[in-house]
Design a protein around this ligand. Structure first.
Ligand SMILES: Cc1ncc(C[n+]2csc(CCOP(=O)(O)OP(=O)(O)O)c2C)c(N)n1
Ligand code: SF4
Length: 536
């Protein structure tokens, strides 16, 4: 039997192609990015001309995926956990419209915040929207569950969420693939008003969603991915969600855990198994790679005073990624067979690459700030966020994508002047444009610096929707063309950059100052790729 060595994210990409998707829609974000990159390079995806171009943001991605589903075809939308906040409006509402072609929402969470602003747990969103959530415990399940999720979505008429976490996304294992399915034919929804959420329809569809909950629960209780494993020692019952099951079993290399175990990989949580475990065992341990969703449920669910341990009780760390050692400690075992970093490795703060254009912008901006004082640079998310660290210490905020412009506006409204916003080209088209419109409408006193490296550099140098469009977008939104300024962030242009910043700083109104130089990492990557293609 053919077995491919795949990352969790690659397994999901391969499964989606094999399940017959006609499109993947996504905005990059670690640890989800490589799902789309995998499909972009996949042979079948190319032959079938599956849609696989990056979207401007997660909301546009999800809406396009819903549009493809409306047309009867299968689609997948991928994002990192915070991306789901951006897409939350359509996400909540499409649970109510339901789907036509199978639709899978793949969300990659990042407990421990390896590369994120927070470690929110997307399972709560799934519960909030009342849709089925799949949470694989290993790469094979990531493949199998994604493959089946499209069919499941069509059978239940609902979008399905695939929730994974960083470790599963970025570790490899052998994966056995299934047969390639044909794509769906174009087929409009039978009910032409299915996607019409006027209140009169919306109320009816919401009731439909509520009515489906019982069916979702019984599907979850029958699911082969949710299991009850009998034990011999009833002093403890264990619940493991997703990858936490893998971490538990790493502590039992012979595969024999003495305690009864409920493995949850499909939600709503299988009540039947949880009740059985609760009835049979003296105490309960709940292990989940994320927030204590099930632990809270177990505590409040039964209300009989049974001891429930987990992240809330302190048996497991309250935050961050779980690992097999955490489980070992909670079970009172010696440390598991777990790999540790050698002592010789020391932590190293991230820094901008030598020769990166963002450095030249910050050196100039720091000089300008010497005259007016620090604490007035609202920034955003991207490589340029590293300007918060020494040796620059230039920027003061990084909250969510697009917030630089709007927070700068609010501070300007409060009377702070001058005020700077620093935003990358991709973040600008992701969500900065709308904030710019607010500034233009109110003629806010803000100086917006777009650090345009013609790439989505932080997530690996993907194409940026902004490329070649920024000046026209700014003009179109209503920025005075005399106050759309351009510079090339290079050391030799330092005096000129400082002059432009000083000139715009005293202007009363919105100015946009664009520093444009391509990311040097992207240049060298593209060169290598071209060389490889020419050698073939
Ligand atoms: C809502 C959301 N989606 C995705 C991400 C992941 N992410 C971090 S920075 C970034 C874009 C960076 O591109 P750009 O603004 O052009 O800056 P650069 O890194 O190129 O300097 C992305 C996609 C995120 N943090 N939040
Ligand atoms: S990857 Fe590109 S944008 Fe990011 S720090 Fe390096 S050179 Fe700068």
């Amino acid at each position: 039997m053919q077995r491919n060595l795949l990352l969790g994210v690659e397994a999901i990409g391969q499964a989606a192609v094999d399940a017959g998707i006609s499109g993947v829609y996504a905005y990059p974000g670690t640890p989800s990015t490589e799902i789309t990159e995998y499909i972009q390079e996949n042979k079948t995806a190319k032959e079938r001309n599956i849609h696989r171009v990056w979207s401007a943001n997660e909301k546009t991605a999800m809406e396009a995926a819903l549009g493809m589903s409306y047309a009867g075809k299968r689609s997948m939308v991928c994002m990192k956990h915070v991306g789901l906040n951006v897409a939350a409006d359509v996400f909540m509402n499409m649970a109510i419209t339901g789907i036509n072609g199978g639709l899978v929402v793949t969300v990659a969470d990042d407990p421990s915040q390896h590369s994120s602003q927070n470690e929110q747990d997307s399972r709560f969103y799934g519960k909030f929207a009342m849709i089925p959530v799949f949470e694989p415990s290993n790469q094979q399940e990531a493949y199998d569950m994604t493959y089946e999720a499209f069919d499941f979505s069509e059978r239940t008429g609902l979008p399905v969420m695939m929730r994974i976490t960083t470790r599963l996304a970025h570790s490899r294992s052998g994966v056995v693939p299934k047969l390639l399915q044909p794509e769906n034919r174009l087929k409009l929804p039978e009910n032409q008003m299915q996607f019409m959420l006027l209140p009169a329809y919306g109320k009816k569809y919401y009731q439909n969603l509520l009515d489906k909950q019982e069916q979702l629960l019984s599907l979850s209780e029958e699911s082969t991915y949710n299991t009850f494993t009998e034990g011999t020692d009833f002093s403890l019952g264990i619940v493991c969600c997703g990858i936490a099951f893998n971490y538990l079993m790493e502590n039992y290399p012979d595969g024999k855990c003495p305690y009864p175990v409920v493995k949850i990989s499909q939600y709503p949580a299988p009540e039947k198994w949880l009740k059985k475990l609760e009835a049979e065992c003296d105490e309960l341990l709940v292990a989940e790679d994320g927030y204590p969703l099930i632990e809270e449920l177990m505590r409040d669910y039964f209300g009989k005073g049974k001891k429930v341990c987990g992240r809330l009780s302190g048996a497991l760390p309250r935050k961050g990624e779980l690992n097999p050692d955490h489980l070992a400690k909670a079970l009172g075992k010696e440390k598991s067979v777990h790999f540790h970093s050698p002592e010789i490795l020391v932590g190293r703060p991230p820094s901008l690459c030598a020769g990166c254009g963002h450095q030249d912008t910050y050196v100039a901006l720091n000089e300008v700030l010497e005259d007016v004082g620090a604490g007035r640079v609202f920034s955003d998310i991207g490589c340029y966020t590293l300007g918060a660290l020494p040796p620059y210490n230039t920027i003061n905020t990084c909250v969510d994508m697009g917030a630089s412009i709007t927070m700068a506006k609010g501070a300007a409204d409060a009377g702070l002047k001058p005020v700077f916003a620093v935003i990358g080209d991709s973040t600008f088209t992701h969500s900065g444009i709308i904030g710019l419109l607010d500034c233009v409408v109110e003629k806010s006193n803000v100086n917006i610096i777009i650090v345009d490296n013609e790439a989505v550099a932080m997530t690996g140098g993907q194409d940026s929707s902004a490329k070649g469009r920024i000046e026209k977008i700014c003009e179109g939104v209503g920025v005075d063309p005399d106050h759309i300024r351009l510079f090339v962030p290079l050391k030799k242009n330092h005096e000129e950059i400082v002059r432009i910043l000083k000139e715009e700083m005293i202007f009363e109104g919105v100015s946009v100052i664009i520093g444009r130089r391509e990311c040097i990492q992207r240049i060298s990557r593209l060169k290598k790729m071209n060389k490889k293609t020419n050698e073939k």
